[in-house]
Design a protein around this ligand. Structure first.
Ligand code: XMP
Length: 317
């Protein structure tokens, strides 16, 4: 019978044998899969593993600093790279969702390759691939900002010449979480909702600017914190906010306003392939709407997405 402890023991032993005294490089995303994979590899080979965590400027509010801190606490040898401006430059003026994904994938590979280059004699690339990714590469809508999107890039970066090590490629998500808990990875990482590689870029409809990212980060933060404070976070498979490319008329005091509209989305799902919108309590939604409109400058209207997948998708882009 499968148990997380026997899985950990046998996987660590296998990794030791396979990797020996070689060096491994691995990109971390802050998500469950890459964090668990890195922890397993670290158990096996310690500081022969170097992790790279890239700030693409499209993460949630404070996420880069918080997650980087957790990684350091876990004892991982991790390099945090602030590449925000490179991503914003590459995204400037792009509005097509696929063009945005491609630009993000391309810059990620450039940044990662730069870092991988700095590690002498690296032989392996660690990846957090899980079983469902193996059956069907997650890219329902195209390449993600993970390393998987390399097929779209001409000229193989150096790190792509490495052998791949994927310790989770036989596991389902719930098993990955179980293994992560057995490895004593913090619950803020293990219980984290899925978050797309291209991040907030596909939740800002239209072109990306730093100011829009900041606005959406504030909205998203209020919503996610609200879900946590009301004990709703763990009842939701994935949640977030979307910044719409329209403005609507409002009134503030005796002033007419003409500001942005945000949509809130919260879904239940097993694997993201199908999803139902969650019937969040009206009182909670009302509270979120008030808080967002009162606290986030430039937003005067909040709507709730009540579409299920199919025929809608979870993300709006
Ligand atoms: P959709 O919007 O297709 O999303 O219903 C299903 C799941 O996939 C995530 N998603 C992505 N993840 N790169 C990713 O790494 C992407 O380009 C991407 N697009 C969607 C989405 O957040 C949801 O969990």
């Amino acid at each position: 019978d499968w148990t997380s402890d026997t899985f950990i023991d046998s996987t660590v032993a296998e990794l030791k044998k396979k990797i020996g005294s070689d060096k491994v490089v691995m990109g971390l995303s802050g998500g469950v899969d890459s964090s668990v994979a890195a922890t397993l590899i670290h158990r096996a080979i310690g500081d022969q593993l170097t992790c790279v965590f890239v700030d693409n400027g499209l993460l949630r509010k404070n996420e880069f600093e918080e997650v980087l801190d957790s990684y350091k606490h876990m004892g991982l040898n991790v390099i945090g790279v602030d590449a925000k401006q490179r991503f914003y430059d590459a995204l400037a003026g792009l509005t097509d969702p696929e063009a945005k994904r491609k630009a993000i994938g391309r810059v990620f590979i450039e940044v990662f390759d730069d870092e991988a280059h700095k590690i002498e004699g690296v032989k392996w690339l660690g990846q957090g691939t899980i079983y469902p990714d193996v059956i069907e590469s997650v890219s329902v809508k195209g390449p993600s900002a993970t390393i998987k999107s390399h097929h779209n890039v001409g000229g193989l970066p150096d790190f792509m010449k490495l052998s791949v090590v994927e310790p989770l490629n036989t596991l389902f998500k719930d098993e990955v979480r179980e293994v992560g808990r057995a490895l004593e990875i913090v619950e803020t990482i293990i219980g984290r909702h899925p978050f797309p590689g291209p991040g907030l870029a596909i939740r800002i409809l239209g072109d990306i600017t730093e100011e829009k990212v900041k606005t959406l980060q504030e909205v998203d933060h209020i919503f996610i914190q609200g879900l946590k404070n009301h004990g709703l976070y763990d009842q939701v498979w994935q949640a977030g906010a979307i910044l719409l490319p329209i403005q609507s008329v409002g009134v503030m005091g005796d002033e007419r306003t003409y500001e942005r509209v945000v949509a809130l989305r919260a879904v239940g799902s097993v694997d993201g392939m199908t999803a139902d919108w969650i019937h969040l309590p009206y009182e909670f939604l009302g509270k979120m709407s008030n808080e967002i409109i009162n606290r986030v400058k430039g937003v005067n209207r909040v709507v709730y997405d009540i579409s299920s997948k199919p025929p809608a998708t979870i993300e709006w882009e």
